[in-house]
Design a protein around this ligand. Structure first.
Ligand SMILES: [Mn+2]
Length: 260
């Protein structure tokens, strides 16, 4: 295990206007913050300037969660998919300007017509990830793909799917381990054991093992000391981002204690 810093995802205030996000950033208790380029916090040039200034004034280092609402990189219709890729490319451009350490994105998901075309969304997903890797190079940003939760139709939720994906992709891609998501299919240990050397970023939140509740750390069934032990056996060095939607202060403190 290398150097680990605890950060805070701004997902918890996505329901508040952009001006509130800015206020929260100015008074953040951590130096590492994950912005969410979606909803009321969707980025544009003007906002990027504002956020860059806040980072400078308050010594913040950003990571970026690329948009995910209606963003399906495995969308079967080419025109829809092209639009999705364009939006993700735009997000990477903003991330570059904000000097984000990492850009997180979600895998594609199944649609209402998937059953008629077995295996097609899997292939499209892989092709889109290859395109995203090329776009990331162009924008000079580091991208990483996140494990998504049950019971949704995401194509990459468990270690079996990820193993197949990494093999078939044939290129290097980094992994964002979402501990809340892996808790739902009881695979946190399995993810760390199987892909410990690929994990470059971690999302931390808790749940009851059934629903993606994004609870405060320690308020669900995640075994955090086991998680800490597992991470210790990997070369992981980077950020553990609190992605809870409440009990933020306690969650940050708990993880800081766990990792120091
Ligand atoms: Mn996450």
């Amino acid at each position: 295990m290398g150097k680990i810093d605890i950060g805070l995802s701004m997902l918890h205030c996505l329901g508040e206007p952009f001006t509130n996000l800015c206020k929260r950033l100015r008074t953040a208790s951590v130096n590492h913050v994950e912005l969410v380029d979606d909803g009321w916090h969707s980025l544009d040039q003007e906002r990027v300037k504002t956020l860059a200034k806040i980072a400078e004034d308050h010594t913040l280092v950003y990571t970026l969660h690329s948009p995910f609402a209606d963003i399906n990189i495995a969308a079967p219709a080419e025109d829809m998919r092209n639009f999705v890729m364009k939006r993700l490319s735009k997000s990477m451009g903003f991330a570059g300007k904000l000097e984000c350490r990492i850009v997180v994105f979600h895998p594609g998901f199944r649609t209402g017509i998937s059953d008629f075309y077995p295996g097609m969304d899997w292939e499209i997903n892989i092709e889109s990830v290859r395109k995203l890797l090329r776009l990331a190079k162009k924008h000079e940003v580091n991208i990483a793909i996140e494990n998504c939760p049950e019971p949704f139709g995401f194509l990459l939720k468990d270690i079996k799917q990820f193993s197949r994906f990494f093999t078939e992709l044939g290129e290097d891609i980094d992994l964002v381990l979402d501990v809340g998501h892996s808790n739902i299919n009881s695979q946190t240990h399995a993810f760390i054991e199987s892909f410990g050397d690929r994990i470059v970023h971690i999302h931390a939140h808790d749940n009851n093992g059934e629903h993606d509740q994004h609870l405060g750390i320690g308020l669900g069934s995640v075994d955090w000391s086991k998680f800490r032990e597992d991470i210790e056996n990997t070369p992981f060095s980077g950020l553990v981002m609190v992605e809870s939607i409440d009990h933020l202060h306690e969650s940050i403190t708990t993880l800081q204690k766990l990792f120091t």
